[in-house]
Design a protein around this ligand. Sequence first.
Ligand SMILES: Nc1ncnc2c1ncn2[C@@H]1O[C@H](COP(=O)(O)OP(=O)(O)OP(=O)(O)O)[C@@H](O)[C@H]1O
Length: 208
Amino acid sequence: MFDLDIRLQLGRFERELIVQSDAPVLALTGYSGSGKTSVLNAVAGLIRPTRGHIRIGSRLLFDASQGIDVPVHQRRIGFVFQDARLFPHYSVRDNLLYGQRGAVVAKAARFQLDPLVELLGLEALLPRRPVNLSGGEAQRVAIGRALLAQPDILLLDEPLSALDRTRRERLLTFFETLRDQFRLPIIYVSHAADEVRRLTTAIHEFDS
Ligand SMILES: Nc1ncnc2c1ncn2[C@@H]1O[C@H](COP(=O)(O)OP(=O)(O)OP(=O)(O)O)[C@@H](O)[C@H]1O
């Protein structure tokens, strides 16, 4: 499922990552500043590794030796950033629908608005603007928006950090659904290994 062998150089910061795993969820954990978000940026195509390759499922996204570097908009990746990054001038509903724009939303599409609104508990929030959401609510909207773009791969950067225990629990269950029913490959960044143990045994810890 995941075959990553990359080297990143950002100013003086360097990070190597070599992972091969058949697990559906790959977790990256480690201290602040260890390069977790940078790896997600490389997978999304926002920064370019200095060498190596990135293959997820059947998709080869980057291979320096073959000169392959799939453009960001063709990677079909849903990226949920640490700060939700919703459009402040759009309602929650319009933020969600923005995710659908450009995506082929056939009746058979994996992710549909109404079931996602229900799964993520967003009904009451639909008319609100992001400024009137808590951090955890905004994060749930960002997850819905990312999924409505019908991604092949989901990148989650510390998605539970703004949530209380009950909401954490519900979202973890939701991620298990994405993993088991939708079979969506997920790279999940967290600084806490215990947070991700429920989702996967494929945990790569940056400890140096
Ligand atoms: N464009 C850049 N130029 C120089 N250094 C950078 C650049 N982008 C990131 N860095 C540095 O790379 C290192 C890794 O950053 P990154 O955000 O990937 O870490 P992280 O593990 O995700 O951290 P956190 O858990 O705090 O989010 C940091 O020291 C950061 O300052």
